[in-house]
Design a protein around this ligand. Structure first.
Ligand code: NAD
Length: 293
């Protein structure tokens, strides 16, 4: 069994990005610049934004964060998005989700200039992705493609089961792996909370991608011998037997499943680090105007 080491792969990609950025700066150019908008004081969102800031700074990107109170209206937030859209010194713009319940995330995402939409959530980017046209790919699905690519995992003609149909993970990764592309050309089945016979379906997969948000729901009976398992889930479970009092786990029972697989991502250290580095790759793409000229 080969461990798909997202930490190491992302380290290598970050080193390449940092080298490219230092070359740009050495040639008198400005650094790529990512702006994040954070509404309210949700601790998880604050942590996500500070992780993104740290990752940006480490590779030499500029990073700005616009912190707005929970009471911000949809109109006010749209104005901030519009202001950043017009700033020629900002390449990428992300609005940290979730937003407070009184603000429609769809409206806000639609207000982002698609050429700065490095999260790849704007309908124009999502549509272009589905049509196999140049676009910003959502970070987690892009990270999954990058890890498959790095380990030269054959996807052509393989049967791929994706558990989960969220707009940010399950649905886009299903589209990406079914596209005429490399990685891609899979025969994809999408499962979700209303699916019947999940065990039967998932245990037929050559490549199983789990993004259900259910701690350790996938056991050995759901996995085909010799398959590739990508665990997107991330959970903190109370565990009195550990020093910290908790342990981090995924949607897969790693100890039971890993021996059956040919390749598997650990949690932590699998998909998570690949997600952050994918945002950096998209920001660099936006800076270089590779998607929209
Ligand atoms: P989500 O809650 O938006 O979607 C979960 C999906 O799983 C839904 O489509 C639902 O229908 C399906 N589902 C739920 N229970 C199921 C069941 N018992 N059987 C079959 N399908 C079921 O979640 P999401 O945003 O896609 O995230 C999924 C998990 O991945 C979460 O644990 C999240 O924290 C994690 N995540 C990790 C990263 C990362 O970078 N590592 C990024 C995004 C999400």
């Amino acid at each position: 069994m080969v461990l798909l080491d997202g930490k190491e792969v992302s380290r290598q990609i970050r080193a390449q990005i940092a080298l490219e950025v230092s070359g740009l700066i050495g040639n008198g150019k400005r650094a790529p610049h990512l702006a994040a908008v954070l509404v309210g004081d949700d601790p998880a969102s604050q942590t996500y934004v500070s992780n993104k800031e740290k990752a940006c700074r480490e590779v030499g990107f500029l990073f700005s964060v616009y912190r707005l109170p929970d009471s911000t209206t949809g109109e006010e937030l749209t104005e901030v998005v519009d202001f950043i859209n017009k700033d020629n010194e900002v390449d990428g713009l992300i609005v940290q989700l979730p937003l407070p319940p009184h603000i429609s995330p769809t409206r806000i995402i639609e207000a982002i200039d698609p050429s700065k939409d490095v999260d790849g959530y704007h309908p124009l980017n999502f549509g272009r992705m589905a049509l196999n046209l140049p676009s910003f790919l959502p970070a987690t699905p892009l990270g999954i493609l990058k890890i498959l690519e790095h380990y030269r995992i054959e996807t052509d003609g393989k049967s791929c089961v994706v558990i989960g149909r969220s707009q940010t993970v399950g649905t886009p990764v299903s589209l990406l792996l079914s596209r005429k592309s490399t990685p891609g050309n899979c025969t994809v089945t999408i499962c979700h909370s209303r699916s019947h016979n999940l065990v039967e379906i998932s245990s037929g997969a050559d490549i199983l991608i789990v993004a259900a948000g259910r701690p350790e729901m996938v056991g050995a009976d759901m996995v085909k011998e010799g398959s590739v398992v990508i665990d997107v889930g991330i959970h903190r479970l109370t565990d009195a037997n550990t020093k910290k009092g908790y342990r981090i786990t995924g949607d897969v029972k790693f100890d039971k499943v890993a021996p059956r697989t040919s390749h598997i991502t650990p949690v932590p250290g699998g998909v998570g680090p690949m997600t952050v580095v994918s945002l950096l790759l998209n920001t660099l793409k936006a800076y270089k105007k590779e998607v929209y000229c």
